[in-house]
Design a protein around this ligand. Sequence first.
Ligand code: ZN
Length: 202
Amino acid sequence: MKILCVGRNYSEHAKELNNPVPKTPMLFMKPATALLNQGKPFFYPEFSQDIQYELEIVLRICKNGRHIEPAFAGKYYNQIALGIDLTARDIQSQLKEKGHPWEIAKAFDYSAVVSSFVNLPEEHQQGIRFELHQNGEVVQSGNTADMIFSFDDLITYSSRFFKLQTGDYFFTGTPAGVGPIKVGDVLEGYLDGEKLLHCEIK
Ligand code: ZN
């Protein structure tokens, strides 16, 4: 399986990192080895001094497809989870300056924390609320209604380049409020008010 991700899909988040708001989805990927399943701790790696959380809604792809038409995009995902796109921001800043690829800042081992999945809410077009708590304090609060590119837009666009396969995951972007983690932190993700994700930093 692969993990597709989109950067800068919420304009308030693009602004907080002084990035322009994109005109087409800015895609990147993480390999299967980046996955950290629900409940397992994340061990702070030695290569970074500034690992940051990015809480995101994750789609689970349920059908294989390429060149998917917008009208059918909704048939390619039926479950969602919360995910944390852990990012080595110090390394990413250096890579961005040089114009180099992002993999070592974004796709390292266990950088994709994923909760258990739930069925996609029927009313999801009206917006799904999600929230990240760091040691009990709300640090990110998002609503999918604020996405620049909708779930369907992301499916359509990405499938022009990459075959989507059953079991792939899609991280759909983070709202504003990203920040650093430290050893001892407890990160908890809430989906429409229900706790779905738990991750301790060791
Ligand atoms: Zn992200």
